[in-house]
Design a protein around this ligand. Structure first.
Ligand code: C5P
Ligand code: C5P
Ligand code: ZN
Length: 484
């Protein structure tokens, strides 16, 4: 532990304070309510807290929410006798919480950019407060894990869930697509507790068992036109490369291929991407660190931590987050069967949305400073996050962030999912800040990370909002240019 710097020590100390309050409430037999975010990171964070609370004998329940707003704040406040724990959300909306929970115990375990000073009675555990990058060095599940470990050392066996959360939030930005920063310590715990091993390979899902053309078709990061979602075309592509698809009448999987065959596939995909105008570095993201969950059966989507994260995302985005939480808490059997079906439905829905966008290219509008994806009512609010991520790897002008939105008619608002690139954030560009300022200007809510952020705003403000975001982005880009 000698390489821990001051920021990490302060973060661990904050987690210890949170654990103290949680233990006090458990001992006094009060109820605990966990509120978490609907994506893979939020669901793994909820699973970690659920396991830690259950082992400590707590009375608790878990709620998964698509976003934080006054309604949730009021609900939290209305439960007078219980201790609320927010995981993977809350830090961006401290002022709302100050109003509804003033003077009461509240635990926030989050990694989003904080906004506002929390009430003295809250325990706020967030890496950003201690100079640690919440978008790259630790996820919401990671913060929940540090707290679980402070509740009891035996919770070290939950570290693998925090690895899944970090991969779900795409924090594998270090060399060889590995996790870094505080996540490194969590990876060490997961390895030490016997749940995780790492290898370097082509990053295809189902590498141990899935027929290679299917594994290829499942790849969506990066999105490869003509490959992603297109099994038949993958078959043709591999045949053309001279890859033998079957051995003794059995489909071969990635693990059955020789290094030479893998190299052929990689350079085939590279050539394809480059011929479509992608930069060479896009293809390089196809090779990297594989996080293998050694206690999971090799033929399930839980074996590969990235695919586990995708499955959790699918349960959340398809309206079945309870399945995801149950799986994180150790349920397999029937829940896993259901979740696998949900994952298939989710893949189909993503592919269907992408096909529709391909046929309706006018839905992607290029403004001076941003791309706008008009998802309207056609792209479900729950899918817009994944679609925005996929399209962001696929834009002609990489300097322009993508602002994708869906209409949520029953709420009278639009849900925005915004993404930018590492190239811009390295120069100080902060999309989370832009979303927060713009949303607040139009009676909405926004925030997130420098690289990925979101907002909800009233429908009628849509056009003005988009113009405002465009202008603000232009201003920021000019500032960056003048510094260069
Ligand atoms: O709320 P939370 O922090 O868990 O979510 C972060 C979101 O940002 C995830 O949906 C993740 O996939 C997305 N992301 C992204 N591109 C990045 C980093 C994060 O789309 N480079
Ligand atoms: O929903 P989406 O995945 O696009 O959100 C990107 C990031 O922005 C997530 O980390 C999410 O928690 C955050 N966000 C936020 N406030 C909002 C909407 C999204 O902090 N109002
Ligand atoms: Zn997160």
């Amino acid at each position: 532990m000698e390489d821990l710097n001051g920021g990490v020590l302060s973060l661990i100390e904050a987690a210890r304070r949170a654990a103290e309050v949680i233990i006090r409430h458990i001992n006094s037999k009060s109820r605990i309510s966990v509120f978490s975010h609907i994506d893979a990171d939020g669901i793994s964070a909820a699973g970690i807290m659920g396991m830690a609370l259950s082992r400590a004998g707590a009375k608790f329940r878990i709620r998964i929410e698509r976003w934080f707003d006054e309604k949730i704040a009021d609900e939290i406040a209305s439960e007078r006798d219980s201790l609320p724990i927010l995981t993977d959300m809350g830090s961006g909306y401290i002022e709302i919480l100050n109003r509804s929970m003033e003077g009461r115990d509240l635990i926030i375990l989050d990694h989003h950019q904080p906004s506002g000073e929390p009430d003295e009675s809250f325990v706020h555990v967030n890496p950003e407060i201690f100079g640690i990058d919440g978008a790259r060095e630790i996820s919401g599940a990671g913060v929940a894990y540090l707290t679980a470990k402070a509740i009891s050392e035996r919770n070290i066996d939950l570290a693998y869930l925090a690895v899944i959360g970090a991969l779900g939030d795409m924090q594998d930005k270090y060399e060889n697509r590995s996790l870094g920063g505080v996540n490194n310590l969590i990876v060490e715990d997961a390895v030490k507790s016997g749940y995780l091993k790492t290898e370097t390979d082509i990053l295809l899902f189902g590498r141990e068992t899935r027929p290679i053309h299917k594994a290829l078709a499942f790849t969506t990061t990066p999105f490869i036109p003509g490959i992603s979602g297109e099994e038949d075309k993958c078959l043709a592509f591999l045949t053309k490369l001279g890859i033998k698809l079957k051995e003794n009448d059995k489909w071969r999987a990635l693990r059955d291929l020789s290094q030479d065959e893998k190299r052929k596939i990689f350079s085939g995909i590279s050539d394809l991407l480059i011929s479509q105008g992608y930069e060479p570095k896009v293809a390089s993201t196809l090779i990297g660190t594989v996080y293998i969950l050694v206690k999971e059966e090799p033929w399930t989507p839980l074996r590969d931590a990235r695919e586990f994260a995708l499955l959790l995302n699918a349960t959340g985005r398809m309206g079945r987050p309870g399945l995801g939480v149950a799986i994180c808490m150790g349920d397999r059997g029937k829940c896993l069967e259901e979740a696998k079906k949900t994952l298939e439905d989710y893949r189909k829905k993503i592919n269907e949305n992408l096909r529709w966008l391909d046929e309706h290219k006018d839905r992607l509008e290029e403004m001076d400073g941003i791309y706008v994806l008009h998802g309207g009512e056609r792209i479900d609010e729950k899918m817009i996050s994944a679609i925005s991520t996929i399209l962001s790897t696929n834009l002609p002008d990489t300097k322009k962030p993508i602002i994708a939105y869906s209409i949520v008619p029953e709420e009278g608002l639009i849900k925005i999912s915004a993404r930018t690139t590492e190239d811009l954030t390295e120069k100080g560009f902060n999309l989370g800040e832009i979303m927060r300022i713009s949303a607040e200007k139009f009676s909405g809510k926004g925030g997130g990370h420098d690289i990925a952020a979101g907002a909800q705003i009233p429908i009628e403000m849509k056009d003005e909002f988009l113009r405002f975001v465009n202008d603000l982005v232009m201003k920021e880009l000019k500032k960056i240019e003048s510094r260069d």
